[in-house]
Structure formats: C-alpha cells, structure tokens
Design a protein around this ligand. Sequence first.
Ligand code: 5GP
Ligand code: MN
Length: 424
Amino acid sequence: MRFAVVGCAHGELDAIYATVEESERTTGKKVDAVLCCGDFQAVRNLDDLQCMAVPDKYKRMNSFYRYYSGEKKAKWLTIFVGGNHEAINHLWELYYGGWVAHNIYFLGFAGVVNLGGLRIAGLSGIYHERDYRMGHFEFQDRQLHRGLRSSYHVRQTDVFRLLQIKRPVDIFLSHDWPKRVQDHGNRDQLLREKPFFRKDMETGRLGNPALEDILHTLKPAHWFAAHLHVKFAAKVKHPNNGTCHRCTKFLALDKPIPGRDFLQIVELPSTEDNALKYDAEWLSILCTFHDQLNLQRRPLPLPRTGADCEQKMADNLERARRLLDQHGEEIPLNFSATVPVYEHGRGPRRGDVPASIGRNPQTVQFLSLLGLDYNLALNEPRTNRHNPEEIELGEDEEDVPANGRQPTARNPEEIDLGSEGDSG
Ligand code: 5GP
Ligand code: MN
C-alpha cells in the first residue's frame, strides 16, 4: 500500500493533491491514501474561520470548502488528525472521527481505524501542561468560545484511551512530536536546521510527554508527525525482555511550501482491500470508558484499571466483534454537509457570538451503533461555566504559506526509512 504522508496541511489541499498527482505521474505508481498530520483547517464557511485560532492575516478560506461543498472531490482517501490551527467547532462535531468531506476522514480527537489490514491510530492537538488533566471544557453546551487556543490542547482522557491498546499498531499519526524523539535521530543536523530548538531541547520542553508515553507503550511500527516544520527521521528501539527489540520508524515532515519536504511516499505491505474499517479493539475501549468523557474544567480522576476493567474490556471486545459481523466492518460513507458552505466573494466577517456546534448525524449514527448515549458523551449540561476572559491566549509562532501557490515537495521518494523492526 502506497501512502503519501504529509506534514501540516494549512488548508492547502489543492497543492497537496497536485503533488500526489505529480508523484504518480513521475513514478508511474498509484498512491492509495494520503495521511496528514494536522493543521488541516477543514474550514467550511466564515463561522468556521472565526473559530480557528490564527492571526487575522491567515484567516483565509483556502480550498477545503470546495471539497466540503462537493465542487471538488478528493481523488485519494485522505486521513488526518487535528493540530493547533483547526476549525475546532467542525472537528468537535466528529469527536469520535468521521468524514469532513467525500473521501476525507478525520481520525477524531483520538482514534484507530483499519486500512488495507493496517492499524492506523492517532491523537489530535498539541501538548500544554496547564490543560492536560482538564476535561474538554471548551465545548460545554455544544458551544465554542472563540479564540480559545486551549481547545487544541491534548487531554489525558483521550491519551488514557490510546494507552489501553494492546494489539500492535502499524501507524501512529500526531501533530507535535513525542518528547525526546529527536534523541533517536540526527539531533545535530536538526539543530543546524532549527537552532532555536536548542533551549527547549536542553530544558526538556520540546515535544509532547503524553506522546512519549504512547510511543513507548504502543511501540507502533511507524510514526508520522508535523508541527515543527522540518523533515526529521528517527529510529526508536524499544527494549523487550532484554533480548529482542521492536522498532518505531519516526518521520516528521514540513509544511506545504514550494521546495520544502512536506510530502513523503511510504510503501507498507497490506493484507486486505483498501476499504476504511472500524477497529474492534478501539470500539471496545470507547465502550468501556464511555462515561469517562468529561466536559468540566477541572482535573479528572482516571478510571480504575485492573481485573474488573480487563473483564469489561474483554466483554466489550467480543460485543464489538459481533456488532461488526452484523453491520459490516466498513466505516459507512455517510458524509453529509451540516452547515451552509461558504459563498465565493464574501469578505471575512468578524463576530463575537460563540459558534454553536451541531449534532453531527455521523456521530449520532456511530454512538447508536455502539449503543452509547450521545448526551452523556457530548452534550453534558453546563455546571461549571468558565470565564473566557480568564484564559491566557499564548501566541504560537504563525508560519503559513502564501495563498495561491502550488508547492511541490522536494524529493518525496528520497528518504530511506531503513529495514523492518530489528530483533536479536
Ligand atoms: P504553527 O504552524 O503550529 O503555528 O507553529 C509551528 C511553528 O512553531 C514551527 O515553526 C515550529 O518550529 C515552532 N514550534 C512549535 N513548537 C515549538 C517548540 O516547542 N519549541 C520551539 N522552539 N519552536 C516550536
Ligand atoms: Mn502546528
């Protein structure tokens, strides 16, 4: 199976697909799917644009809305996780994952899917210690208070679910990097390209500690990431019983700017057809910890693990397998637009009312397949109203390509990811 892996998308879908097209033309080999590591910017209309935390100069409609409206169709199945610049109101509708347009699938705030017999897992967002233990308080009452960068910060509740995965994962997608992953690659070269990382590296502030935990627990065969806007490869060896090693091949990619390393072709052996399928183990985890999702702005106690929990997981796994036997494993192609799409030529609108977040029929269908209560999960009544003024809106470095250019990645075939995992 040939994947085109992309770093940040920054809404440049046309440019990314043009590069995939060019790769197919020059190599004569078809790409089966595109994987994108965040800052995707699935902006459907001007309301969404107001919900995306970027400086005003970067508030551009770009090309996604034409895919949302159906005017354009993604030729390749595209799977993405969220980053720290997203129309987060749109992504929250699809907390458990779903289609944002025909053939374009959001993996969810955390998620696992199967494609061609490969398990693809991912986590959306970036790390910020302040918010890590909070619930998803930004979405209480299905309303998003604009300008809340905190909504992009990863939560322990989602990380906890990923850490319960026992079966091998082939590919992990994240936006920021696992903490310390740079120590497993050419650190000096990285510092030559990005000297301003040195201080954060030395003080242990570069990268995401939750992802570091996931990396060493799940030991996925491949890991793709973005956010730091540089191509960087590493090979992480996981000690196992002191004798044999499993290995994660890490690759971070740049953002879509002409001549930069934002796209990489990666070929992995597949064992099944290319339909996108649910993952039974992940469904069992969602069922087991369904009532643990919290929309409060306070630290959450983690669910108790242990024998009872293991038994519940095993029962839920059996139930998930039965459900998939009955209903089919394939993720239904049930995309439908839920908001009015952008009309060409309308200028940016500045608004200050919170955007309401719709009940996405895909999420309703998904939860009802699993027999889970929608209200319990995503529509918890507000009990702890937060004060939007109280939140520090830290400035991220903004660094987005100019509109209208058609970037082509430098040498998408070039990198050698080494041989399959070591053992011995
Ligand atoms: P974004 O496109 O998400 O706004 O910002 C990404 C930019 O911020 C990149 O240029 C990246 O180099 C920089 N950046 C992101 N995280 C860190 C960090 O932890 N330390 C440093 N020094 N720069 C970072
Ligand atoms: Mn980013």
